[in-house]
Each structure stands twice: as structure tokens, then as C-alpha cells.
Design a protein around this ligand. Structure first.
Ligand code: SAH
Ligand code: SF4
Ligand code: F3S
Length: 470
């Protein structure tokens, strides 16, 4: 049964790329039910918040959307409100205690059930609808082949290849909200990428919380990320392959070789270190030492010319001393990273570290966490700026994604090592978007580059041409 009138759906997405990919899948499933996406929640019949639980403020942000939506529902009682994502997965029915006006709560493994959950909610027979307890199995990704995602970009697409995480770092909710690691069958991934290429997509980002662990759980074959990259590389139409997030323990030599040798795989690796001190790394249960991490990034710089390595850090982990924090500051220059996401440690009660406080294991005071965070951000920004200054005067290949959001006169795209480049060009949109073009970099910023479309051949090419003609 399809709902009779065209109805409208609005999705607010918080959290990581996995959530962005999930929201695009939800829109695809709902489109099949006759829902049209809208960009304004007040025009929607169904509003969905896709939530993140990684830190306390992310969780609070989720609820901060629900309050106004609850008020909207008082004026328009036919609106249905749904909560999805990592908070929904963990909080389950208890969401209703805090937000009784919510109609549907569904978890990270129940997305495929969304059409029938929505039908049940709109039928009016049930007060509240909940689906949060599906176990993962081989069929986890089956429904992907029946859905066409409604994607934000027409050029670059997220492709989920592995779900969940088996690492259980002591601070992190992800293994609880996303469950155990499970890899999607290569046939299913390749079919999706083929469809993307046919639809004109140029770039795919292979996604997973530990994307480089892809294939570890296959019992019946030996096929890992390096093999998948090679198979995607062979598909016509796709020009660039990205992948994230990598875990240092899973970044094998085979993957490094694949990045170094497969022409479509971008020279970009997001591989979080989290902390620079061995005692803290051990208490985080990361499974590697600082020296091992440095050895790995040294190998990357050595084997992959022009590679950009980025990461994540947490400051103020329980018991982190000033000297241990200084190891994190030092690690920025030692690892030569181009950028890192940073966060003040946030205690999550579902995790081992979240209850250490109860055992008297010192939480770093909030103002001190904020001081460390600011200091670390400054060090990262300064390093990013000096790395970026070296690009001034160079001509880089940029895959054009669209108009710059900040300046309507400019276009935006990315280099092969994932630098955002904003640039001007006299050419019209049809000749730019989706094309890879040369851009002369005129100015560096810490988090982006500014440039001009290089319409004339570069000087050395002109010289070469002159020689060839003479
Ligand atoms: N799988 C990735 C990270 C996924 S979570 C990895 O292992 O690197 C994204 C980031 O959120 C983490 O890298 C970490 O820096 C941050 N994070 C996770 N739990 C956190 C917590 N309790 N407090 C603060 N930051 C946290
Ligand atoms: Fe969280 Fe650690 Fe898994 Fe990353 S590897 S998702 S930080 S538990
Ligand atoms: Fe957040 Fe869940 Fe992603 S907790 S970071 S949305 S996997």
C-alpha cells in the first residue's frame, strides 16, 4: 500500500558520514512510499531526527530539535515525529519519557523497516511505534539493492561497505550504537557503484567506522579492502575513490600498496591517533603505541607521494596529565598530519571510561579540557596553514562539486588529496560541475585553498608544444 497524497518528509542529520549515508537511504525508502523531501521542517508531514551519541552535547542537540517539533505538532496534530540513529538505538523506548510527543523510534539496524513503521504510525492505530532490536546478519545490507538513495550531491556519493565496530575503545559508544562489525558483500557494493557511475557520479567514498577492517569477518572468502578498491578502480565512469575512517591496526601494507598504485584511489587517509601518550593510548584501549603510529604514517608518506594524512584527537581523557597532553601536542608535528578533528573528552555512561569517575579516577576539570582543546586546535591550525602555503603557485587537479556555499561568485571542489579548493572560473556550470580541471592556487588558508581556473595550458606544456612544432 502506498499513501495516497504526496506527503513531505524532512530529515535533520547529526553526527558522522555514516548517518549522512543512512539519511540518504531513508529518503530513498520514503520516496518509494510517495514522500517528497523538503528543506523546511514546518512544511513536512513527517520529520525525522537522525541522531549522534558520540558526546553529551551531540545527544543534547538531538533533543533540542525535538522540543520545537513537539510545539509544531500541537498546531498541526497530523505531523509525525521520528527519532533515528545512535541515540534512538541506545535510548530505545525511554525516548518517550523525555519526549512523549515522538511517534516513531527506530535504530541503526532497522532502517529498512522505515516504510512499514511510517505506515503504522500514520494509520493511527498505535500510539507509538518502536523498532530497535534487530540483530545483524548476512542480510543486513540486502535491501540496498532495492533502493535508490536520495543523495545530496550529484558528483560524490557515500557507499557504506562495513557497519559497526569491534574495537571497544574505552571511551566510545559506537560499538554499542552500531553493533558488531559486519562487511557488505563485494557484489552488492560493486553493483551500487556501477549504478552510481551510470547516474553520472564521479567519486565514491567507501564508508565504515573501521573501513580498513573490511572483509575481516568474511568466513567464506579472503577478500579485503585492497581487493575491493581494485575492483571499484576497474569500473568505468568512476574517477575517484575515497575511504574512511581507517584504524591504525587495520591499515595493511596491501591497502597502502593499493593507494599507491591504483590510479583512482585518492592520496588521502583519515587515520585517527586519538592521543600522543602511550599510557593514555593504552587506557583508551587503542592497541598501538605512539611509535607504532609514527612508523605507519612515515610509511604512508614514503610510499604515497603527496598523501594527506588527517586524524582525530581527544583531550582531557580521564587522568590525562599536562605532560601526557604535551605528547599529543608533539604528535601533531611528529606525524605531520594535515588536519585533525578534536574534542574534549565526554564521559559516556555506556562505556568503561564513563564509569571510571565512580571509582574515583580523575576526570580532568572542564575549563582545563577547554584550555587543552584550544591549544591543540592552534597547533593544528598553524601546521595546516604552513602545509597549505606550500601549495601557493602550484596548479592542482580539482574535481568540481558545485557553487561555493559562502560566495556565489566561486566554485568549490577537491584536490586528489582532499583539499577543499574554492576558485573562480569564467566557464558556465555545465562545463565545470563533475569535471576535473586545473586550478592555480593563489592563496592558502588553514582549512581550504583559494585559486583560479587555469584555462591556458601551464607554461611547461606550452614550451613542450613549441618544441614539438619546431
Ligand atoms: N572509528 C574511528 C572514530 C569514530 S568516532 C576511530 O577509531 O578513529 C569519531 C571520533 O569521535 C573519534 O575519533 C573520537 O576522536 C571522538 N570520540 C569518540 N568518543 C568520544 C568521547 N567519549 N569523547 C570525546 N570524543 C569522542
Ligand atoms: Fe569507537 Fe574505537 Fe570503534 Fe573508532 S575504533 S568507532 S573510536 S570503538
Ligand atoms: Fe555519532 Fe553514531 Fe556516527 S554516535 S559519530 S552518528 S556512528
Amino acid at each position: 500500500m502506498t499513501l495516497s497524497d504526496p506527503r513531505h518528509v524532512y530529515i535533520e542529520t547529526l553526527g558522522c558520514q555514516m548517518n549522512k549515508a543512512d539519511s540518504e537511504l531513508m529518503l530513498g525508502l520514503l520516496q518509494q512510499e510517495g514522500f517528497l523531501p523538503v528543506l523546511d521542517a514546518t512544511r513536512a508531514d513527517l520529520v525525522i531526527i537522525n541522531t549522534c551519541q558520540i558526546r553529551e552535547n551531540a545527544e543534547e542537540k538531538a533533543y533540542s530539535y525535538l522540543g520545537p517539533w513537539g510545539k509544531l505538532k500541537q498546531q498541526h496534530p497530523n505531523i509525525k515525529i521520528a527519532m533515528a540513529g545512535c541515540v534512538a538505538q541506545q535510548t530505545k523506548e525511554d525516548v518517550f519519557k523525555r519526549a512523549p510527543y515522538v511517534d516513531i523510534v527506530f535504530g541503526t539496524q532497522n532502517i529498512h523497516e522505515l516504510p512499514q513503521l511510517v505506515r503504522r504510525a500514520f494509520s493511527g492505530n498505535e500510539k507509538q511505534v518502536v523498532a530497535v532490536d534487530r540483530q545483524k546478519d548476512k542480510s543486513t545490507f540486502d535491501y540496498f539493492s532495492d533502493v535508490t538513495q536520495v543523495r545530496e550531491s550529484k558528483i560524490s556519493a557515500w557507499v557504506t561497505i562495513i557497519e559497526g565496530c569491534d574495537y571497544f575503545c574505552t571511551y566510545c559508544v559506537v560499538p554499542y550504537t552500531r553493533g558488531r562489525q559486519i562487511s557488505r558483500a563485494p557484489e552488492s557494493v560493486l553493483e551500487e557503484v556501477k549504478r552510481l557511475a551510470e547516474a553520472g557520479y564521479k567519486e565514491v567514498t567507501l564508508l565504515g567506522q573501521t573501513v580498513d577492517a573490511y572483509g575481516k569477518d568474511f568466513a567464506d572468502r579472503s577478500y579485503r579492502l585492497a581487493e575491493l578498491m581494485a575492483d571499484v578502480n576497474a569500473l568505468e565512469g568512476i574517477e575517484r575513490i575515497r575511504f574512511m575512517t581507517s584504524h591504525p591496526l587495520d591499515l595493511s601494507d596491501a591497502i597502502i600498496e593499493a593507494i599507491a598504485t591504483l590510479p583512482k584511489v585518492m592520496e588521502y587517509i583519515h587515520i585517527p591517533m586519538q592521543a600522543g601518550d602511550d599510557v593514555i593510548l593504552d587506557r583508551m584501549r587503542r592497541g598501538y603505541t605512539a611509535a607504532q603510529y609514527y612508523e605507519l604514517v612515515d610509511k604512508l608518506y614514503d610510499r604515497i607521494p603527496g598523501v594527506a594524512v588527517t586524524g582525530d584527537y581527544i583531550v582531557g581523557f580521564p587522568g590525562e596529565t599536562e605532560a601526557q597532553f604535551e605528547q599529543t601536542l608533539y604528535s601533531v608535528s611528529r606525524s605531520g598530519i594535515h588536519f585533525a578533528n578534536t574534542a574534549a573528552y565526554s564521559a559516556r555512561r555506556q562505556t568503561p571510561a564513563g564509569i571510571w569517575e565512580d571509582r574515583g579516577e580523575g576526570q580532568v576539570p572542564e575549563p582545563e579540557k577547554q584550555r587543552r582543546l584550544q591549544l591543540l586546535n592552534e597547533v593544528i591550525r598553524d601546521q595546516a596553514m604552513s602545509i597549505h602555503q606550500a601549495y601557493e603557485g602550484q596548479v592542482l587537479d580539482v574535481l568540481v562539486e558545485g557553487k561555493s556555499k559562502r560566495n556565489a561568485e566561486r566554485w568549490t571542489g577537491r584536490t586528489r588529496n582532499n583539499k577543499v579548493v574554492n576558485f573562480s572560473s569564467p566557464l558556465p556550470e555545465a562545463q565545470l560541475v563533475g569535471q576535473t580541471i586545473p586550478v592555480a592556487i593563489t592563496q592558502a588558508y588553514p582549512f581550504s585553498l583559494l585559486g583560479v581556473h587555469q584555462l591556458m595550458p601551464a607554461p611547461q606544456q606550452a614550451g613542450h608544444f613549441a618544441v614539438a612544432c619546431s
